[in-house]
Design a protein around this ligand. Sequence first.
Ligand code: 26W
Length: 819
Amino acid sequence: MDAVVNIEPFSRSPSSRPTPAEMRDRILAKLTYQVGKSPAWASPRDWFLASAFAVRDFVVETWLASGRRSYASEAKRVYYLSLEFLIGRLLQDAIGNLGLAEPVREALLMQGVDLDALCEQEPDAALGNGGLGRLAACFIESMSTLGVNAFGYGIRYEHGLFRQVIDDGVQQELPEDWLSVGNPWEFERQEIAYPIGFGGIVTGHIQHQWHPAERILAVAYDTPVVGGGGLHANTLRLWSARAMTPLHLETFNRGDHEGALRDRVRTESVSRVLYPGDDSASGQELRLRQEYFFASASLQDLLRRHMDQFGTVQTLPDKVAIQLNDTHPAIGIIELMRLLMDEHGVEWDEAWRITTACMSYTNHTLLPEALETWPVPLMERLLPRHMQIIYLLNARHLEHVRAQPGANDEMLAATSLIEEHHGRRVRMGHLAFLGSHAINGVSALHTALIRRSIFHDLDALYGGRISNKTNGITFRRWLHRANPGLTRIITDTIGPAFLTDHEALHGLTAHADDLGLQQSASRQRLANKQKLARVIRERVGITVSSEALFDVQVKRIHEYKRQILNVLHAVALYQAILAEPGRDWVPRVKILAGKAAPGYRVAKQVIRLAHDVAKVINADPAIDGRLKLVFLPNYNVSLAEQIIPAADLSEQVSTAGMEASGTGNMKFALNGALTIGTLDGANVEIRDAVGPDNIFIFGLTAEEVLARRWHGLAAHDQVAASPRLKKATEAIRWGAFSPGEPHRYTSMMDSMIERDTFMVASDFDNYFETQEAVDRLWRDPVRWWRASLLNTAGVGWFSSDRTIAEYANEIWNIPVTLS
Ligand code: 26W
């Protein structure tokens, strides 16, 4: 099928668009008959549900039509397997992509209801940790926009990423409860349910039979995801665990009421909660159960669909592309082999041909602690048949390695699917590589690094599989919806084409020196900042000036993302202002937000330090508001949509070589914030796209970081050579910001100087000087806003529509042309 794409904004025919009055009637009908409320008694939550149900009718029309079209066209389908989908809210998105914003807003106004206030009623679907999960959500929306027939497969966690509450600087994790108020966007599919086995034994030699010791049911919940233009909608199918027997009646009748439910509680815990670890493998059995549970349900489902339509597994590679979002679904490779051999009677080689032709794998991190490995004994106990297949696969693989000229034991050990030195563990990254015809990194630098490091030997053995697919973001959520003001300014300047053809944003370049345009862009930014200032006052009670430079760092808290560098800058700047109170300092508001994995002690310390430093700086009369530090709790997709359009400066300061790509960096640049960052991940490509004069680059390069590591990690010299750094670290170390507990940060500062693993001390002075360059440009609004417009103009390429078109054309073999 040749999917030629030409989408006009809201290309649903105007005729199919309801008038405000018709929309009002639809909403009132839902309120009455679905929510069961009369307008007089309806709460904001009720109006949200009624509006969502009314809008959903339009989504369902597109959805069912898309389904019929893709079935009739026998088009190849993509199955995106991800343990995380960080969706956020859907009402604004559905309304925007269907072109219903005006009729819905009018219709609600007729009832005295404000649409924006209503949207606040929708809980975020926080079914992800950070970058990987949000990327999956942007990808599903882009695939719908491009008319690519796709299914997203994941888990319907009852509890998403924890709610972060900060108590006197200390992060507390509270259960997230998005389903407690009902989810209007999903359809429960009781009839789509698959048994998932665990444990037990395997019998047979030629034809193997697995006899699981326990089975749980995977039940489907479908959420339609409509794309820009409202022409196509794909299915996000999330699996929920259901016990085979809801209640052990006998046990119950014996009076052991809890015992009667024990099994159910245990089995259904597989889809209870999202693992909050971001970039560090938990290694817990329940996590492996989650990975196998959703991989098996997804593969059983797509095989059934294929067999129903095409009747043979031989044609699977022609009709099915399976994308593994990191190693989390990689057990799916072995599960497909099992299903093909044990349930469809396919021979090993043919099964392997089909599997590798269907599978492709994306790597999102180089961090050793994030590369999943599972203990062989656990795999053997939980998935005995799969372990058999892994052994066989490894034997064949190692045979191939031995046949290579110059092969040696070291190479065998390095490429084996089984790691021998920390107890025997299955390397899921190696398995994903072996079982995929295509492997990709998520930025040019990251792809070069995985080729050179973790996959060096495998790439030498099985060349030509690795390619780069630099990440992208959906502009519909991150510009059109999050920053309608700027979107209107751009549309008024270069026309609406960029709303569908993102490269058309380039047209803005020619207008970057237009003072009128600069002024309207800066006025819009100021309005966004005033809105955010209100949120800050409401949530943390801090008053900030919207005239100040908003310096923003929002992302998961992690040592390699170096929030500590930003906090050290705050301390050094604070000390500099105290030392020269008369100087005309550029007023700055530093805004930080992000969650730390519950077990990540150092990251929690960083959050606490940020709060302690903020307490002192924000209350110091000598600073007089020229510097404020704000930490906003419970960072999520919705808060990001409020913060990003209000940012002047985007902090992308990771240790070079450690941030695979970053996607926040793209969102900030698209909204006209200037980036201060290292040459890491996609920062490199953003620099090339916006021009080196319109971005603030500092710090060691990835090469220099690697070289520096060879010389040892002690940073005493760097600290001694930097009076600023010395003064700042000593103040923190001696408790200037924790008078109640002077030694609270002693070990943190000492270990940073003893082992500067993340090059904080090495990069500090360069960072401080670069921040001074930021201040200098800020004093020249004409040059600042020129740079800001050139950022927005330059990042059209970072659209997830472009990224998906590349995956489709270069990995999935589905022809897609961007208009
Ligand atoms: C096993 C625990 C675990 C959970 C999540 C390990 C690793 C992860 C993810 C791979 C972490 C993640 O989100 N990585 C981020 O992926 C983004 C999308 O490609 C990149 O832009 C970020 O640079 C990368 O850190």
